[in-house]
Design a protein around this ligand. Structure first.
Ligand SMILES: NC(=O)c1ccc[n+]([C@@H]2O[C@H](COP(=O)([O-])OP(=O)(O)OC[C@H]3O[C@@H](n4cnc5c(N)ncnc54)[C@H](OP(=O)(O)O)[C@@H]3O)[C@@H](O)[C@H]2O)c1
Length: 311
């Protein structure tokens, strides 16, 4: 991996799991890293853990609940100040899964609100800082389970018939549709920003099982934990994300994941997305909806002004 000295990176959801491993790898190779997570205490602890393991690492933390769009705007301002107005890499990794029916304070279904909408808003608000870097990139973290997702732009609010896992699958499909939308948005404005998607395979974290416990579904949670214990470690799973964030040969719009059987684990390689993740109509619908719900997080004209396929 190249030396990342002089580069700055934000990793969301880096207080634990895969995000923490990504933050550590980027810091280990010289990047200045900002950890974004909901709790400032956990953010400080995660930053301290990276410093302890990596030595002279420059790691900061910013507290932000991605479900709170006002908070996301403020966090973006705080991050821009910390990085001196120039951000090289944004890794949109934070995620929730397996939640009981829950709405964000702004009324959106929680998987959609955190996994997609909060990241859409964060990316839009960080755009000025990203565009001050010579070769900025945004990495959106999806899942192999996006194959089971649907683009349901007609129901961003909690639907009457809610199922926790399809809601997660849909949000992971949204991560890929957003990647295509952002790649198009940047390309049509001739901006150097690259939008890249990555998925980590199946990973031994507490994603999903903690939500099931919180909802009193202990048997289901234990079954999931039994499977999770057999999946690969966050530090191995981080590699497709780290490669997406750093490899100069990866182009905008590409998708990386582990190269082993069924993409569950293995070395980071280019992988195929479901046809639904490349549906131009769905890309545009999701972009328009996200713009509307975030009060136009992306300025209609980028820099320089160009053709605007998604006003
Ligand atoms: N684990 C897998 O097998 C797997 C497979 C495919 C894709 N992925 C994807 O990989 C990413 C990371 O998953 P993981 O397994 O590392 O999960 P994890 O261990 O549960 O970590 C999730 C991270 O997201 C943060 N987060 C949760 N809600 C948030 C919110 N509202 N605002 C800001 N941050 C929030 C958490 O912060 P707190 O600690 O404060 O809650 C934590 O730092 C997710 O996007 C997930 O969909 C995971």
């Amino acid at each position: 991996m190249a030396d990342l000295s002089g580069r700055t990176a934000v990793v969301t959801g880096a207080s634990r799991g895969i995000g923490a491993a990504v933050a550590e790898q980027l810091a280990r190779h010289g990047a200045r890293v900002i950890i974004l997570c909901p709790s400032s205490a956990q953010g400080h602890a995660a930053a301290e853990a990276v410093r302890r393991r990596v030595g002279a690492a420059r790691v900061h933390s910013v507290a932000c609940d991605l479900a709170e769009l006002d908070r996301v705007r403020k966090a973006a301002g705080q991050i821009s100040g910390l990085v001196g107005g120039r951000l090289d890499v944004l890794v949109n990794n934070a995620g929730v899964a397996g939640l009981a029916p829950t709405r964000s304070s702004t009324g959106y279904e929680m998987h959609f609100a955190v996994n997609h909408l909060g990241h859409f808003a964060l990316t839009g608000h960080l755009l000025p800082a990203l565009l001050n870097a010579p070769q900025p990139r945004v990495v959106n973290v999806s899942s192999v389970l996006h194959w089971l997702g649907r683009c349901r732009t007609d129901r961003p609010h909690l639907p009457r018939r809610y199922h926790r896992w399809p809601a997660y699958f849909d949000s992971k499909l949204a991560n890929l549709l957003f990647t295509q939308g952002l790649a198009t948005w940047a390309r049509t404005r001739e901006l150097p920003l690259r939008a890249i998607a990555a998925h980590p395979g199946l990973v031994n974290t507490t994603l999903g099982s903690s939500a099931l416990h919180a909802d009193g579904r202990h048997v289901e949670a234990r079954l999931l934990e039994w499977m999770q214990a057999r999946w690969h470690s966050p530090s191995q799973a981080a590699w497709p994300l780290v490669r997406a964030a750093t490899d100069p040969h990866i182009a905008s719009g590409e998708f990386l994941g582990p190269g082993g059987r069924w993409e569950w684990s293995g070395p980071p390689v280019r992988v195929r997305a479901a046809r639904r993740a490349r549906d131009a109509d769905a890309v545009e619908r999701l972009w328009r909806l996200s713009q509307q719900l975030t009060d136009h997080a992306f300025p209609p004209s980028g820099r320089p002004a160009g053709r605007e396929p998604y006003p």
